[in-house]
Design a protein around this ligand. Structure first.
Ligand code: ZN
Ligand code: FE
Length: 255
C-alpha cells in the first residue's frame, strides 16, 4: 500500500494472518486491517532504521500485538527480534532468509522468501535495490553496496522485488542516459510509463528484468563501464568499485 509521497508498505497475507514490511506510517496499515476484521497482523519486518520505514512500528505493535523483527545492528523501536545474515524467520508458516545488505545504511537487511505454495520468490529489500536504481549511500561504502547488490542479483531471476519506493521512472531516466542503446531498457521504460499513466505501481519488479536494465546491477557490463569512465574521466584501469562509486555519484548529480 502507498504511504507518504512515494513509499510502499508491503503486506503479505496468508489465510487470516498478515505481515507488513517497513511500516513508516501506521495509518494505511490500520485502515487496511479495519476493512478486513478477519485479518490479524502477525508480524512486522523492518529493513533499516530510517523513519519512513519505522515510523508506524510502535503504533502497530500497540494496536495489534504483532511481533517486530529488524536489523541487529540498527536502532529501531524496541522491543524487536534482532536479525542478521543467514538467519531464518518463521512468519505465517513461511520461512524468510535474512541477507545483510549494508550500503544505504550500515546495518540494512533484506528478507528473502523462496518460492512457496506455487508462488514466485519474494524479496523485501527496503532502500537497497530499486527498480532501475539503488539506494543512496548514507552510511555504507560503494564497495559494501556493490557486494550487497551482487548478493541480491544472485537470487533466482523469477524473484519479485518488493522495493520500498516508487522511484522507477526517475531511475530509468538515468539508466537511459547511461545505456541509451539498451533495447531491453527502452522496452521496460515504455511498460513502466504506461503503468504509471494508469495509476499502477511499477512494483514488484522482476529480478531477471533488473539484471537487464538496472545500471547498478550492470556496472561490470562493458557498455556501463565505458559510459561511466567517459562521464567521470576515470583511468582505463579503474577497478570495479571505482566504477560503481562513480556511477552512484553520477546518479546523485543527475537532473
Ligand atoms: Zn532509507
Ligand atoms: Fe526510504
Amino acid at each position: 500500500m502507498p504511504a507518504f509521497a512515494d513509499n510502499y508498505i508491503w503486506m503479505l497475507q496468508v489465510g487470516a494472518h498478515a505481515v507488513v514490511v517497513d511500516p513508516g506510517d501506521a495509518r494505511p496499515v490500520l485502515d487496511a486491517l479495519a476493512t478486513r476484521p478477519d485479518l490479524t497482523l502477525a508480524a512486522i519486518l523492518v529493513t533499516h532504521h530510517h523513519a519512513d520505514h519505522t515510523g508506524g512500528v510502535a503504533a502497530l505493535r500497540e494496536a495489534t500485538g504483532a511481533r517486530v523483527y529488524g536489523p541487529a545492528h540498527e536502532t529501531i523501536p524496541e522491543p524487536f527480534t534482532p536479525l542478521s545474515q543467514g538467519e531464518r524467520v518463521q512468519v505465517l508458516g513461511l520461512e524468510f532468509t535474512v541477507i545483510d545488505v549494508p550500503g544505504h545504511t550500515a546495518g540494512h537487511i533484506a528478507y528473502y522468501l523462496p518460492a512457496h505454495r506455487g508462488e514466485a520468490p519474494l524479496l523485501f529489500c527496503g532502500d537497497t535495490l530499486f527498480s532501475g536504481g539503488c539506494g543512496r549511500l548514507f552510511e555504507g561504502t560503494p564497495q559494501q553496496m556493490l557486494h550487497s547488490l551482487d548478493a541480491l542479483a544472485a537470487l533466482p531471476g523469477n524473484t519479485r522485488v518488493c522495493c520500498a519506493h516508487e522511484y522507477t521512472l526517475s531511475n530509468l531516466r538515468f539508466a537511459r542516459a547511461v545505456e541509451p542503446g539498451n533495447t531491453n531498457l527502452i522496452e521496460y521504460i515504455a511498460q513502466c510509463e504506461s503503468l504509471r499513466a494508469h495509476g499502477q505501481p511499477t512494483l514488484p519488479a522482476l529480478l531477471a528484468t533488473e539484471r537487464q536494465v538496472n545500471p547498478f546491477l550492470r556496472s561490470r557490463e562493458a557498455t556501463v563501464t565505458a559510459a561511466v569512465q567517459e562521464h567521470a574521466d576515470l583511468p582505463a584501469d579503474a577497478g570495479e568499485v571505482d566504477v560503481f562509486a562513480a556511477l552512484r555519484q553520477w546518479k546523485n548529480d543527475f537532473r
